[in-house]
Design a protein around this ligand. Structure first.
Ligand SMILES: [Zn+2]
Length: 178
């Protein structure tokens, strides 16, 4: 499987390549054999327009973070990652490997999920649901193994911080709606 990079307007975080390699190394190589490549690019490379319907809704392709391109008779399947959409703007300032991997895994493992749902087997209800189930499975397999201590610490932090964040967000959106 190859990794191709071509950006026209954004410069990706310096850690992107190494994080991608760490995440891919956690996946059994046999599962990746039928994937042709991962293309790292940015949203300006995309033609304007709507994507295919996903979960009953069409998305503006320039807003999507990543695409899974199913295999055709002429080529194997590949994943396209639009780095500027897939990662937050402050991604290049994220310091820890654990957090860098968490940002990238969120997108990458979902797209790999589409691939594994097709090649290894479906979990969940197929389509987006299957990709999400695979994402969760790959995430659970990766982080506690790769970062046993950091994972435990961040889980505790998340358990405390997330309800606070959600409460704050709800207050903000209700104020905006008012
Ligand atoms: Zn998807």
């Amino acid at each position: 499987m190859d990794i191709h990079e071509s950006y026209s307007s954004c410069s990706p975080p310096a850690w992107l390549h190494r994080s991608l390699e760490r995440l891919l190394a956690s996946v059994p190589p046999g599962n990746l054999a039928s994937l042709e490549s991962i293309v790292l690019t940015d949203s300006t490379a995309l033609p304007a327009g709507k994507t295919k319907r996903v979960g009953g809704r069409k998305y503006n392709s320039a807003e999507c973070g990543a695409f899974y391109h199913y295999a055709t008779r002429k080529r194997r399947a590949y994943i396209e990652l639009l780095v500027d959409n897939a990662l937050p703007r402050w991604a290049n300032r994220v310091p820890l490997h654990y957090l860098q991997d968490a940002l990238l895994a969120d997108v990458l493992f979902h797209e790999l999920g589409h691939h594994f749902a097709t090649t290894v087997g479906d979990v969940g209800r197929g389509g987006e649901d299957a990709a999400e189930k695979w994402r969760q499975r790959l995430t659970r397999a990766y982080f506690p193994n790769a970062y046993p201590v950091a994972h435990r610490v961040f889980r505790i932090v998340a358990r405390v911080a997330l309800p606070v964040l959600r409460h704050w967000q709800k207050r903000r959106s209700s104020r905006r709606a008012a």
